[in-house]
Design a protein around this ligand. Sequence first.
Ligand code: ADP
Ligand code: MG
Length: 322
Amino acid sequence: DHLINQIAAGEVVERPANALKELLENSLDAGAGEIAVELGGGGIRLMRVCDNGAGIAAAELPLALSRHATSKIRSLDDLERVGSLGFRGEGLASIAAVSRLTLTSRRASDAHAAQIRAEDGCISKVTAAAHPVGTTVEIAELFFNTPARRKFLKSEATEYAHCAAAAERLSLAYPEVAFALRHNGKNIFRHPPQSHAQRIAAVAGEDFAAAALAVDETAGDMHLHGMIAKPTFAKGKSDNQFLFVNRRFVRDKVMSHAVKQAYRDVLHQQFSPAYVLFLTLPPEMVDVNVHPTKTEVRFRDSQAVHQLIFHSLNKALAQTRA
Ligand code: ADP
Ligand code: MG
């Protein structure tokens, strides 16, 4: 069982950034308005995520660490239109199987906080603790008990960069939430709750935001909004290409192809521009249940998605020629 848990964990947590994404998604699902992340040693030595969300009842703490225990969906039907970021109930269990994890939480109705610890797959008793309303998950020594996996990690700097990217993506999708990131005791960023445009400028850069065209288009029950670089901002920096579907970061060929095609058709240019685009559509129109660490999605009607993106970018880019 022990071994099975470690193997299963490898499916969800290949590197610190995967763990961070799981923790951040849990904080967002809990309705946090403020999330603070502290990393040490690229997230391998230490990862602490502190939120002011709804919290977890003391009696539910052991459940939160058990595999396939989720409070977010109850039926297959729910899975069809999952509204939360998490739904598999394996994030915390997977991390707990390969780290020393401490989970501390308090709901608004609780007199005090409660804490539970997991180490090498063993879960402690729940104890009383001091913590404001919300949840803190602290992970120490990721993969300490799976040396083979630990060996596959890249340098501290690389693992840190992956963690920072994961935090940036989620912060882009949730501009109304305050995000702070620290690494090795240094402040990396601190975003207050802000507008979409402000958050895009804070994450993708003031220069991008200043040189970007606004996109805002509705087709039926699909909506696309965001910013795309003007052709004069020809950096084509591929790490400034952000696509989100229902607030999840994705890499999708249909979407990126539509972007490229719009550039080619309107401006006769072959480069792949910087963009931050948010597509929202009814959850039953998209399958996000592909793989926990993959950023793929499947659209029920990918042609309609392609058309919406192509047309709205076409319109936005056409202004640059007027
Ligand atoms: P999932 O997110 O798929 O439900 P997880 O293993 O990530 O599974 O989390 C298990 C459960 O623990 C969640 O369903 C939720 O009830 C609770 N939980 C985890 N993190 C938090 C948090 N930061 N705030 C409140 N509840 C949380
Ligand atoms: Mg989760």
